[in-house]
Design a protein around this ligand. Structure first.
Ligand SMILES: Cc1ncc(COP(=O)(O)O)c(C=O)c1O
Ligand SMILES: N[C@@H](CCOP(=O)(O)O)C(=O)O
Length: 393
């Protein structure tokens, strides 16, 4: 693939036997959008015999009016946290699990920082498959852990980072023990490229698409979508792709700064944004190519900037997202302050995961918003308190 080789599509062929690079499907014929959700773009998706769906995709693209005014740019949020399991991963899982189920796999496997796991578990249950999940011990948000447990998945806690868990999950898939649904699976990423198609159907102009980056599959998939959109008769817009990493887990940012084509593994990635606490992104080469081809860039933001952005989004737009998602707004704020994104630009933030998944992070956000709480021992006292609040405004 990086070497230019082409192969007939096969559900288990993920990497190029010659160069070891991750494969990508390509299409000769186009088509046209019809229906709703991810499968609206079925002419540019794999064609499994059976489709396992929960109506994922068709998420709202909402103008963030207050932030747009304050920042002097047109900011839109793509509300990916409104997908069935609360993250963009569902777009990929409907495709990946449909393939697994069409080819009679019984066991599906993924390493996860939480959202891939929750999504895979849900779609696998619906398809009657058994989900096995490897997580970094103590490394995922409590809401996600409960979500996975409630879906009855097998959870294997691995001492180490997400990257260590992924090494094991990949090895298990290579041995044929289970079908891998991480983003090494090119068919799963095909579902995620539909984010680009939907953006193109919803806005007339987009200059920048800002994406939080962990394992780097999503930014690569979205850019692939922009490149392929013409095949579906959609407008051919090529926005700049902006990848945002958390400072303590930023191998791609470092590779970008040092003008490298591959990343150096960060051994102990650390950030409050557990979803992107990843030190060795498997899609690094594709993501770097996407950013370069689109004339975009990769930046990093601190945990403080991420939490501040999450609180800003909540206070100004009423949206609660998990820290990894807020990294996109933190990135935009930084790029506006540095003058890199010009005023008047049209910017789409990919809001990837729901805030309710990470109650601990919500507490941090609440404290920065200044929690307003009072106690009343009777209804009369409550009324007095309300009168005081009304006077205070
Ligand atoms: C909420 C959230 N945001 C962003 C990301 C980053 O996506 P990717 O791994 O495709 O770069 C992830 C997962 O990695 C995630 O769960
Ligand atoms: N944030 C991800 C990490 C795994 O990424 P994947 O795209 O390779 O599945 C998660 O939610 O687990």
């Amino acid at each position: 693939m990086a070497c230019g080789s082409k192969y007939p599509s096969s559900p288990r062929l993920f990497t190029c036997p010659k160069c070891g690079g991750l494969l990508e499907p390509f299409y000769i014929d186009g088509g046209s959008p019809r229906g709703r959700g991810v499968w609206r773009y079925r002419d540019l998706l794999p064609r499994p015999r059976r489709i396992v769906t929960m109506g994922e995709g068709s998420t709202p693209l909402v103008k963030l009016e207050n932030l747009s005014r304050a920042m002097g740019v047109e900011v839109y949020g793509k509300l990916e946290f409104l997908n069935p399991t609360g993250s963009f991963k569902d777009r990929g899982m409907t495709v990946g699990v449909s393939i697994a189920s069409s080819f009679s796999y019984r066991l599906v496997v993924a390493a996860s920082t939480g959202n891939t796991a929750a999504s895979m578990a849900a779609y696998a249950r619906r398809a009657g498959l058994n989900p096995v999940i490897l997580i970094p011990k103590g490394g995922i948000a409590s809401g996600k852990l409960s979500q996975i447990a409630a879906l009855g998945a097998w959870v294997l806690e691995v001492e180490g980072s997400f990257d260590d868990a992924l090494d094991a999950a990949r090895a298990a898939a290579e041995k044929g023990l289970a079908y891998s649904l991480n983003s090494i699976n090119p068919y799963r990423l095909e579902g995620q490229k539909t984010i680009a198609f939907e953006i193109l159907e919803d806005v007339d102009r987009v200059d920048h698409v800002v994406v939080p980056v962990g394992n780097a599959g999503n930014i690569s998939a979205i850019w692939k979508g922009f490149k392929e959109a013409g095949l579906l008769g959609l407008p051919s817009m090529r926005p700049r792709m902006v990848g945002v990493q958390a400072e303590g887990a930023s191998p791609l940012y470092r590779a970008w700064v040092e003008k490298m084509d591959s990343v150096e593994r960060v051994r102990n990635p650390s950030t409050i944004a557990s979803a992107i606490r990843i030190g060795n992104p498997v899609n690094a080469a594709k993501a770097l190519a996407a950013v370069r081809e689109s004339d975009g860039l990769i930046i990093s933001v601190s945990d403080a900037e991420i939490l501040k952005a999450a609180a800003t989004l909540a206070e100004n737009e009423g949206m609660l997202v998990e820290p990894a998602s807020a990294a996109s707004l933190a990135g935009l704020i930084k790029l506006r302050n540095q003058g890199i994104i010009a005023s008047g630009s049209s910017v789409v933030l990919i809001l990837t995961g729901h805030g309710l998944k990470d109650p601990r992070a919500l507490e941090f956000i609440a404290s920065s918003a200044g929690v307003r709480r009072a106690y009343a021992s009777t209804a009369e006292e409550a009324l007095l308190k309300l009168e005081e609040i009304a006077v205070g405004g």
